[in-house]
Write a protein that binds this ligand. Structure first.
Ligand code: NDP
Ligand code: BG6
Length: 480
């Protein structure tokens, strides 16, 4: 592998340390890695934000979501943590930060500093923070984790890229898409390329249709103001679901080397046809049927006549030897009947001949909750019957693997990868560019005030728009 790990004396700085992501994900992930012995006990961690907080208040705040912690481990971890409160756009805080790094490095005789910066910040301050970092704190080897969103469309993503490129190399930047840190998403390469039976049939000759679906059982309550200018397509499809699709459909990389993997991802992205804006199913949720859950427009923080899309299904096609003609559906929705993210691959039917009725094989890869891979196969009903029935070869992680098996949370897995210097599960600049090229025309179409896009209403807690079943059938998905 062409990457190398940061050492025992590394400084990790979390910008936006007073924020929601830092509290819910970043610090709990750092703690989880520490607890499991995947971060040295000698590192230092500095939280940086504008909010005036005493060290102890800050520590109380970030430790609220620590899991599986004995008081001792928690105390040990928190002893490595300190907090700097200063603005993002003036020098003084960065000078304090540099001094904190230098005195720690000096104390431990570090000649070549290792510094990891995590930007848990709104994108409006990414550039200013990066400029200040470069000016005041840059030394030795630097790694910078940047949170989504990377832009709002192709133009703004390129502008952000133009701002960051003169400051940090692609080697130094780690763009997070936390779906790439999920266990089952990481398993896709092994599942596909480590099993002849799958690699051999992974093509248009055998596969009838592909679906990647994202369902959340809660709405945008409390986040409506943020979500209203984003919409479900930008929130989870352009990034998370597209990432899953590239790993699912790309060709075999020559190795697990990060660049080899990302080269293949870019190739497949380039082969995806422009999205057909006539082939969409868009929706927005209303109150639940029993009236207990609010509709999207009931949120005071959204515009009363908002056309924001909270449910979308869209058809994709890939024009290459492997996938030509295979219908692919990405679908995602908020405020549905359940929370679940899964991939469904339906195989072509066998020749009828000897069978009057025979169902298709289907491979389901459940990303969450409760990771599972199951393959629906036809089997003879046991006993004297000659009938067939659909049954499952089932690899459900919770029954196959013991509970003691540590499956890292996505953020734990990704921070660890960054620490190790492994870029495989981070988004490269050209990948990002291709994903925006694909989605920007669609977003423009949806958001253009001239287009009166039909937005199907669906009730909070339902399966989504009524037409969904027909939409999936149109894309060659057959219901059991
Ligand atoms: P917050 O809104 O909580 O912002 C983080 C911190 O940044 C705040 O505590 C605040 O700290 C500072 N900040 C907020 N707004 C501004 C501003 N306009 N100018 C300067 N500083 C500001 O964001 P999150 O923690 O929710 O998210 C951080 C990043 O992570 C974002 O890019 C978001 O899109 C992304 N993300 C968040 C997720 C989540 O679950 N929250 C999930 C996935 C991605 P202070 O004022 O103390 O400096
Ligand atoms: C985030 C979106 O990127 O992903 C959220 O902004 C969404 O709206 C979340 O809820 C889903 O992540 P997960 O890991 O809970 O599936």
């Amino acid at each position: 592998m062409s990457y190398h790990s940061f050492g025992d004396y590394t400084t990790i700085v979390v910008f936006g340390a007073s924020g929601d992501l830092a509290k819910k994900k970043t610090f709990p992930a750092l703690f989880g890695l520490f607890r499991e012995g995947h971060l040295p006990k000698t590192i230092q961690i500095i939280g940086y934000a504008r909010s005036k907080l005493e060290d102890d208040d800050f520590k109380d705040r970030i430790s609220k979501n620590f899991k599986g912690a004995t008081e001792e481990t928690k105390k040990e971890f928190l002893s490595l943590v300190s907090y700097i409160s200063d603005p993002y756009d003036t020098d003084e805080g960065y000078i304090k930060l540099r001094k904190a790094c230098e005195s720690y490095e000096e104390k431990h005789g570090v000649k070549n500093p290792h510094r990891l910066f995590y930007l848990a910040l709104p994108p409006s301050v990414f550039t200013v923070v990066c400029k200040q970092l470069k000016k005041e704190v840059y030394a030795g080897e630097t790694r910078i984790i940047v949170e989504k969103p990377f832009g709002h469309d192709l133009e703004s993503a390129r502008a952000l890229q133009r701002d960051l490129a003169p400051l940090f190399t692609e080697e130094e930047l780690y763009r997070i898409d936390h779906y790439l840190g999920k266990e089952m998403v990481k398993n896709l390469l092994v599942l596909r390329f480590g099993n002849t039976m799958f690699s051999g049939i992974w093509n248009k000759s055998n596969i009838a249709s592909i679906q990647i679906s994202f369902k959340e059982a809660f709405g945008t309550e409390g986040r409506g103001g943020y979500f209203d200018s984003i919409g479900i397509v930008r929130d989870v499809m352009q990034n998370h679901l597209l990432q899953v699709l590239t790993l699912l459909t790309m060709d075999r990389p020559v190795s697990f080397d990060p660049e080899a993997v990302r080269d293949e991802k870019v190739k497949i992205l380039k082969a995806i046809e422009p999205i057909d804006t006539e082939d969409l199913l868009l929706g927005q949720y209303t109150k639940s049927e029993d009236g207990t859950k609010p509709g999207y427009l009931d949120d005071d923080t959204v515009k009363p006549d908002s056309k924001c899309v909270t449910y979308a299904a869209l058809g994709l096609s890939i024009s290459n030897e492997r996938w030509d003609g295979v219908p692919i559906v990405l679908r995602a929705g908020k405020a549905l009947d359940e929370s679940k993210v899964e991939i469904r691959i339906q195989f072509k039917p066998v020749a009828k001949g000897m069978f009057k009725e025979i169902q298709r094989n289907e491979l389901v890869i459940r990303i969450q909750p409760n990771e599972a891979i199951y393959l629906k196969i036809n089997s003879k009903i046991p006993g004297i019957s000659t009938e067939t029935s659909l049954t499952e070869l089932d690899l459900t992680y919770s029954t196959r693997y013991s509970k003691d098996f540590w499956i890292p949370e996505a953020y734990e897995a990704l921070i660890r990868d960054c620490y190790l210097g492994n870029h495989s599960n981070f988004v490269r600049d050209d990948e990002l560019d291709e994903s925006w090229k694909l989605f920007t025309p669609l977003l423009k179409h949806i958001e253009s005030s001239e287009n009166d896009i039909p937005l199907v209403k669906y009730a909070y807690g339902s399966k989504g728009p009524d037409h969904l079943r027909k939409y999936l059938e149109k894309h060659n998905y057959v219901f059991d």
